[in-house]
Design a protein around this ligand. Structure first.
Ligand SMILES: Nc1ncnc2c1ncn2[C@@H]1O[C@H](COP(=O)(O)OP(=O)(O)O)[C@@H](O)[C@H]1O
Ligand SMILES: Cc1ncc(COP(=O)(O)O)c(N)n1
Ligand SMILES: [Mg+2]
Length: 537
């Protein structure tokens, strides 16, 4: 199996090297299928619930523009609750399916999933010697995420002694790595690196130990070992129960990217980015009644908000928008990052550091400390006005006013993956923000406020005037608190996605409880029926 072509580009620097996955997103260029098409063959089980197994592999490959054929090794009766039954396909028929595909089609990469018996593993190894391919991705599916056994302990030797030495990469999760290493205890990222190195000694060219189920890990961290360096691939842990099929999907995305010619590390980064985006986009999916639902592999077809990986923005992030104020922090004797943490713990969905009188060094330190907190909760962090601080700290974006740096310039500096918000008082300013490439608008002040002196208020009518024509989602800001936030919600304006607040949170003794109170108002206020009808016209 000619593997040199896929030799990973080892990156200097050892364990603590966190590789920037943004550099390698799945190519979004439209792949026109003509002539030789990148081709993955999945050799795996069928999941009747279609969240994992060959169904996940075929969907993932298709989403990445790669053709995917399939050899079924077992048929499982499975849903979001678990696996109710397994019917292995006789190994001679697995051999027949392999011969049908490999003898007729130019398969670039084979990806394996559920291999229920030693016999099937032996048949597969034999066929791969008979029909050489460019790369082999082995996802050693032993136990489904639901906990059901998919490949018994009798297959461990065949995985370790026959299949692993042929693999370009093996992708065990923490549990599978532990079992394959005879019960090696994996509790930390350092343990994951040790496990990856031990698995590497079994013969695969590369090892990826997946950390989706690593206990107490605030991020989703995987460890990639290429024989020289341990690379830490860190992604945001998406708070969702729709994780059925994450492992299958990651492995089939790696196979698809390899089939398109990516180097190994680039393929892994692109695959991880795809899974993270799919999970993020599928948080509200409700398929099945069990504890672990599937996610949407075709989110890019449905998602008209272009959210390249690395942009943690969705309009619903604007729901409860906390804007810090250094004067208030000084008054209450708290640091900016403490205020940020308290607001997020109370339910804030996005944070903006608005620090008008602060030394740049202090601002950068506060932004870095706040970003660490925001990342751990998966909450976007924006910087008010100071594009230099946003760039220096790699925050999720900026919010600029009409007299700050022009939005087009900000977009050129920050690139497509960052969030840009713009303060607007008129429909014309909102339209210009859309033309200039902003992601959202902040409109106000709605009610009189002491936070922003001599700032003419626009009132509810001004707010309505803007959002009735705005092409961008946005928030209302200015004098908003628990006593009047319901009035904003009751307007029922489709693009008005939330409220931005300052003193209602930060000029209070207990930020978290004030935030929770405001969240309660926003969540319980109902849009009057007539407004709902008006909005739907
Ligand atoms: N909640 C999550 N948020 C973001 N990434 C996740 C999440 N759960 C799993 N992943 C990622 O999905 C991929 C599959 O990991 P994992 O779920 O551990 O595999 P398996 O499904 O085989 O148990 C890994 O890249 C992991 O980091
Ligand atoms: C047929 C089949 N193959 C694989 C898995 C693993 O699923 P996950 O990726 O969620 O661990 C599964 N549940 N069913
Ligand atoms: Mg999983």
């Amino acid at each position: 199996m000619a593997k040199e072509a896929l030799k990973p580009q080892a990156i200097a620097g050892d364990f603590s090297k966190i590789v920037d996955k943004e550099a390698m997103r799945p190519s979004n260029d439209a792949i026109k299928w003509s002539g030789k098409v990148p081709h993955v063959l999945t050799v795996a089980g069928s999941d009747s619930g279609a969240g994992a197994g060959i169904q996940a592999d075929i969907k993932a490959s298709g989403a990445l523009g790669v053709y995917c054929s399939s050899v079924i090794t077992a048929v499982t009766a499975q849903n979001t609750v678990g696996v109710q039954g397994i019917h292995p396909v006789p190994e001679e028929f697995v051999a027949e399916q392999l011969k049908s595909v490999l003898s007729d089609m130019q398969v670039d990469v084979v990806k394996t999933g559920m291999l229920p018996s030693t016999g099937v593993i032996k048949v597969l190894c034999h066929k791969l010697k008979q029909f050489p391919i460019r790369a082999l991705v082995v996802d050693p599916v032993l136990v489904a995420t639901s906990g059901d056994v998919l490949s018994g302990p009798s297959t461990l030797d065949a995985f370790r002694e026959e299949l692993f030495p042929m693999a370009d990469i093996v992708t065990p999760n923490v549990r599978e790595a532990s079992v394959l290493l005879g019960g090696f205890d994996i509790k930390t990222i350092t343990d994951m690196c040790s496990a990856a190195k031990s698995l590497y000694s079994l013969g695969p060219r590369n090892v990826l130990v997946k950390g989706g189920d690593l206990p107490e890990s605030s991020d989703a961290v995987d460890i990639f070992f290429d024989g020289e360096h341990c690379h830490e691939l860190r992604g945001v842990r998406v708070r969702t129960h729709n994780t059925h099929g994450t492992g299958c999907t990651l492995a089939s995305c790696i196979a698809a990217e390899l089939a398109k010619g990516s180097p190994m590390l680039g393929a892994i980064q692109a695959a991880k980015c795809f899974v993270e985006e799919a999970l993020e986009q599928s948080k509200d999916l409700a398929i099945g009644n069990g504890p672990q639902g599937p996610f949407d592999h075709f989110f890019k077809l449905r998602n008209h908000y272009a959210r390249p990986c690395g942009t943690r923005f969705k309009p619903r992030d604007l729901f409860l928008y906390a804007v810090t104020d250094s004067g208030m922090n000084k008054k209450w004797g708290r640091s900016i990052s403490d205020a940020v943490k308290a607001a997020i713990e109370g339910g804030a969905t996005i944070i903006q550091l608005r620090e008008k009188n602060i030394e740049t060094k202090v601002f950068v330190e506060a932004a870095e400390a706040s970003l660490e907190i925001c990342r751990s909760y998966g909450v976007p962090l924006l910087i008010n006005d100071r594009v230099d601080v946003a760039l220096a700290c790699e925050t999720d974006g900026v919010h600029v006013g009409q007299s700050d740096m022009p939005v087009r310039t900000v977009r050129q500096l920050l690139g497509p993956n960052k969030i840009i918000g713009v303060s607007c008082k008129t429909p014309e300013q909102a339209h210009q923000a859309w033309l200039d490439g902003a992601n959202y608008i902040g409109c106000g002040g709605v009610f009189p406020t002491n936070t922003k002196k001599n700032n003419p208020t626009i009132g509810l009518d001004g707010l309505k005037n803007i959002f009735q024509s705005s092409l961008l989602p946005g928030v209302a800001i200015g004098g908003i608190g628990v006593e009047n936030a319901h009035m904003i919600v009751e307007m029922g304006l489709p693009n008005l996605k939330g409220v931005a607040v300052v003193s209602a949170l930060f000029d209070r003794l207990d930020i978290s409880s004030e935030t929770r109170r405001l969240l309660g108002v926003l969540e319980t206020t109902r849009i009057p029926e007539e407004k709902r009808l008006e909005a739907s016209e």
